[in-house]
Design a protein around this ligand. Structure first.
Ligand SMILES: *[C@@H]1O[C@H](CO)[C@@H](O)[C@H](O)[C@H]1NC(C)=O
Ligand SMILES: *[C@@H]1O[C@H](CO)[C@@H](O)[C@H](O)[C@H]1NC(C)=O
Ligand SMILES: *[C@@H]1O[C@H](CO)[C@@H](O)[C@H](O)[C@H]1NC(C)=O
Ligand SMILES: *[C@@H]1O[C@H](CO)[C@@H](O)[C@H](O)[C@H]1NC(C)=O
Ligand SMILES: *[C@@H]1O[C@H](CO)[C@@H](O)[C@H](O)[C@H]1NC(C)=O
Ligand SMILES: *[C@@H]1O[C@H](CO)[C@@H](O)[C@H](O)[C@H]1NC(C)=O
Ligand SMILES: [Zn+2]
Length: 441
């Protein structure tokens, strides 16, 4: 699959085989009403996400356009969202969070050279607590990097794509539920695969609208990237609101993290091992053999902590790499569980519903008290420096670390003052060995 070589990532995220917007004119356009199964959405609460994504069944007489229809697609940005067109309520919520001191006031990073790590102005250490960039392996308290001992938190990035159906078939045949970290424009392009992911009961999470380095963006652009993806999923699943997002390239920092959390109620999931499977189809990229070798090392190694392996539903090859490793995961006694459910402490991957396709959409706490309790019990172990056989000095070397979930699982900003330990691995220069192509993480 071609990955938008040297183009802004806003376009052509999925393969050229993806149906274009105009080719969907054959879709029969009728409108369905997705009535909410329960009588109310959220109880009135302080978190702005309640107001921004509120729907009340009693008053919701809105007809929602059919997923995949032109009307549905036309309501969303066709590429990079224009943050001057943010819904007024979103801007107001962002401004209120800024005024309340909830969004750390640090500068945007900048990408001086394509495909290298964004950098911050002099005086801002990306590995220190004031910035804490995920690209530099700094772990913001409350962000999820590790799975509980003995577990593999399963998830796939960058879907839906034309490779998704094969993955969904495999998962269905093996009775596995996973998390799909989806890109907004890819949902617009692949509504069938989106629908099927939902219908199979997988967890849908946010992977931004057009897959940028988020720390390079203004507050408003960060909000637009996350907000439109959340809105699309919300309006296309009978009102579910994902609880989790994953930053493209792992590129988040305290500012981006706070916008996701304080305005949209989302927590961040990273990873502790990286297959680099996104590069399987690139000249000079990784190989199935190299992934087999890395996987073998991880899967036969320590189960403390558990694994969150970065994988993609981006190409047939990346799907096949997972399929090849799957029996080895099972034969080595790992417990597989959707990474969003693990991060939620066994509870829902949604802010307001038990699951994607069962049970009611119900009032639920936005504050993750239970996530906190469960994760601090399971994720307090340290991650041993892992030797990886990967060929690029990328993101695989999560260093000894401690997740301090309990202090961060609180919609106040107190996490930043109760910092207890910051760990930083090697700086990652994702593009160093890959001379061309947009690099997906
Ligand atoms: C997606 O599912 C909805 C609800 O079942 C349905 O109305 C719609 O036609 C489906 N769209 C596609 C593209 O399959
Ligand atoms: C999403 O649904 C809400 C109603 O719940 C509606 O006001 C809004 O316009 C919809 N957004 C889009 C982009 O379709
Ligand atoms: C599928 O997985 C679920 C959840 O792990 C389990 O309850 C169920 O028994 C499994 N079904 C089959 C047919 O293995
Ligand atoms: C690696 O490849 C060998 C030979 O095909 C296979 O038996 C093994 O299951 C693979 N392991 C993984 C983790 O993919
Ligand atoms: C948190 O856990 C408690 C006890 O297990 C339960 O009663 C409560 O409903 C949970 N809250 C949420 C938001 O899931
Ligand atoms: C959140 O943090 C504030 C300030 O530290 C504290 O007063 C409050 O009890 C916390 N809330 C929860 C739900 O932990
Ligand atoms: Zn990605």
């Amino acid at each position: 699959m071609l990955l938008s070589f040297l183009l802004p990532i806003a376009f052509s995220l999925s393969a050229s085989a993806a149906p274009s917007l105009t080719s969907r004119s054959t879709v029969h356009q009728h409108r369905i009403i997705q009535r909410l199964p329960s009588n109310e959405w959220f109880h009135p609460r302080d978190h702005p996400v309640h107001r921004l994504f509120r729907r009340d069944a009693d008053t919701d007489s809105i007809s929602y356009p059919e997923v995949g229809s032109p009307t549905w697609a036309a309501a969303y940005p066709s590429s990079t969202p224009d943050s001057s067109q943010l819904p007024a309520a979103w801007s107001a919520a962002l401004n209120a969070a800024v005024q309340a001191g909830k969004i750390p006031n640090i500068p945007q990073s900048s990408s001086l050279t394509p495909n290298t790590n964004p950098v911050y102005p002099d005086g801002y250490d990306p590995t220190g607590p004031d910035v804490c960039s995920g690209t530099y392996k700094c772990q913001i308290p409350g962000n999820i990097w590790d799975a509980p001992d003995g577990f593999i938190g399963t998830g796939f990035d960058d879907g839906p794509t034309p490779a998704s159906p094969a993955l969904l078939d495999f998962l269905e045949a093996n009775n596995e539920t996973v998390t799909h970290f989806m890109i907004g424009v890819n949902i617009i392009d692949q509504p069938d695969a989106f629908n099927r992911s939902v219908e199979l009961g997988h967890d849908i999470a946010v992977h931004t609208w057009t897959h940028p380095y988020m720390t390079t963006l203004s507050n408003e652009d960060v909000l637009a990237q996350l907000g439109w993806t959340l809105q699309l999923i919300h309006n296309s699943t009978g009102g579910r609101l994902p609880k989790f997002w994953r930053p493209p390239y792992g590129d988040t920092d305290v500012r981006v993290n706070a916008i996701a959390k304080e305005v949209l109620g989302m927590e961040t999931i990273l990873w502790n091992q990286d297959t680099e499977d996104w590069s399987l189809t690139n000249t000079g990229g990784t190989t199935a053999q190299a992934i087999n070798s890395s996987m073998t090392t991880w899967l036969t190694g320590s189960k403390t902590p558990g694994l969150i392996i970065l994988e993609h539903e981006l190409s047939d090859q990346s799907v096949q790499a997972f399929e090849a490793a799957y029996p080895v995961m099972k034969s080595n006694g790992w417990n597989l569980q959707s990474v969003a459910q693990l991060a939620a402490g066994g509870q829902s991957a949604y802010q307001n519903a038990i699951s994607i396709n069962t049970g009611s959409v119900t009032p639920a706490d936005i504050i993750f008290g239970n996530v906190s309790a469960t994760l601090s019990a399971t994720a307090s172990s340290t991650l041993s420096s892992s030797s990886s056989t990967s060929r690029t000095p990328s993101s695989e070397n999560a260093t000894p670390s401690k997740n301090v979930a309990s202090s961060a699982d609180n919609s106040s900003n107190s996490a930043f003052s109760t910092w207890s330990k910051i760990s930083v691995g090697r700086s990652a220069f994702y593009g160093a060995l890959i001379s061309a192509g947009v690099i997906f993480l």
